[in-house]
Design a protein around this ligand. Structure first.
Ligand code: BG6
Length: 479
């Protein structure tokens, strides 16, 4: 469906900040260039700017981050941009009323997480949460809470003035092609439908490894750590898409109901068995692509005794019929050997191996370094002996001549169209916190295991694996 919803006002709170500058405005501009955006964008921030200053600021960013930038398209686009200066209180926010009238509007909280609740309440108190002639939506960035208890407190605060179906929680992984394809590929290909269960699948490994370190985000990251930053949201969402049952219709509520159901089936990790289900690591000095890099504790602003984990791994068991006995492994780390990410499904062997033991297939949804699906199959090595070797059937999702849309483009369009499918509902977030909370609690004591920057992560991660399996090597293409 084309979107030319010029009637919906798109308000960005925190419009002078980094998120708007680097991610939101470039995504909006690219949607505009693709003919998918015509809504007015109203920037709101405490900075005492006029509209020309805001437009110049946005233009500077677009020039830097959007390769298709041209003076001509920018000249047209800038007329969609408006600006209102103000603080996050009802009185100042009321100044937005002339921009939104009684019609449909989106309020995007591009703000530090500590301000989400205050902003939502102030919008409510200013009467901006309801429009006589159009729907009002609220977009909240991650992280949604810092624990189960704080997420619940934030939910309560938001729900004072906003219904759940007005709230769009961003998990940008759900805008990635791989996340979307995980479900589509599973649910449209007959040959997968019949093998997607414990009878055929041995284990699933979800890996998101980055060579990046802190990138100036120490203030946030040192409080968060890898478990909160990556697993509680992004990786558990990927897990959910891989493990959920098929909904009977394609609607946001049907989808979310099924996602929640599988999350609820994840066995709780108790304080006593955290060791068997979770591993944490922290990078020490090492080298990335041949260049030496400092360890986490030597990074600027980081206290030399910080216990923040920069690597986290979980082993999850799912207590339902489909997945009985199939472990799901999730891991993510900074300063790892490669930028490599995948959801890798390992199938069981055929019941009787005529041509050797341990010949298992893999189905791999790769996210990095490129987005593709690989299937590792076994075939006879050509020649005079009956010897097997793995071969990879592989396809990229996107042809070279096709446009690539960023996760933010996908998600912003979905917000504008009122499509709630790619936004986690609160009960999903709640379940995700239920799963990780006991681990976070256990990790308030002790220290993470050190691993060298540029390595595969802490050696302790292997203790999560069942006998006869190990973590896939980063960058393993299967042949
Ligand atoms: C963010 C995390 O949500 O996702 C970052 O806060 C991480 O630490 C990033 O680097 C990874 O996503 P992407 O899309 O940049 O690979």
């Amino acid at each position: 469906m084309e979107n030319h919803d010029s009637a919906t006002a798109f308000v960005i709170l925190g419009a002078s900040g980094d998120l708007a500058y680097r991610l939101l405005m470039p995504a909006i501009f690219r949607l505009y260039l693709a003919g998918r955006w015509s809504s007015p964008v109203i920037g709101y921030a405490p900075d005492d700017w006029d509209v020309a200053k805001f437009q110049d600021h946005v233009g500077e960013g677009l020039q830097q981050f959007v390769s298709e930038f041209s003076d001509e398209s920018w000249g047209e686009f800038r007329t969609l941009l408006h600006y209102q200066a103000g603080e996050l209180n009802p009185k100042d926010l009321s100044a937005l009323k002339p921009f939104v009238g009684d019609g449909a509007a989106v309020f995007y909280l591009a703000l530090p997480p500590a301000l989400f609740g205050q902003a939502a309440e102030a919008l409510h108190a200013a009467g901006l949460n309801r429009g006589a002639d159009g729907v009002r939506r609220l977009v909240v960035e991650k992280p949604f809470g810092h624990s189960l208890a704080t997420a619940e407190a934030l939910r309560e605060q938001l729900h004072q003035g906003w219904n759940e179906d007005q709230i769009y929680r961003i998990d940008h992984f759900l805008g990635k092609e791989t996340a979307q394809n995980l479900l589509v590929f599973r649910l449209t290909n007959r040959f997968l439908a019949s093998i997607w269960d414990a009878e055929h699948i041995r284990s699933v490994q979800i890996t998101y490894a980055e060579t990046l370190g802190l990138e100036g985000r120490w203030r946030y990251y040192d409080q968060a750590g890898a478990l909160r930053d990556m697993l509680q949201n992004h990786l558990l969402q990927l897990f959910t898409l891989a493990a959920m049952d098929a909904p009977s219709v394609w609607s946001a509520d049907a989808l979310h109901n099924h996602k929640v159901e599988v999350l609820r089936a994840v066995r709780s990790i108790s304080a006593e068995n955290v060791e068997q289900h979770a591993v944490r690591g922290q990078y020490g000095p090492g080298a990335i692509k041949g260049a030496p890099v400092p360890g986490y504790l030597e990074e600027p602003h980081i206290s030399p005794d910080s216990c923040t984990e920069t690597f986290a791994a979980l082993k999850l068991n799912v207590d339902n019929w489909r997945w009985h006995g199939v472990p799901f492994y999730l891991r993510s780390g900074k300063r790892m050997a490669h930028d490599y990410a995948e959801v890798a499904v390992q199938l069981k062997e055929v019941p009787r191996g005529l041509f050797g033991e341990g010949l298992r297939n893999w189905l791999i949804f790769r996210m990095k370094p490129d987005e593709r699906i690989d299937m590792v199959v076994w075939a006879k090595e050509p020649g005079l002996t009956l010897k097997m070797r793995p071969r990879v059937l592989s396809t990229l999702y996107r042809r070279e001549d096709e446009m690539e849309y960023s996760a933010y483009e996908q998600l912003l369009l979905a917000v504008l169209q009122g499509d709630r499918t790619p936004f986690p509902r609160y009960d999903e977030v709640e379940e995700a916190w239920r799963i990780v909370d006991p681990v976070l609690e256990a990790w308030t004591k002790g220290r993470p295991e050190a691993y060298a920057a540029g390595s595969e992560g802490p050696t302790g991660q292997e203790r999560l694996m069942e006998r006869g399996t190990s973590w896939r090597r980063l960058g393993d293409y299967g042949e």
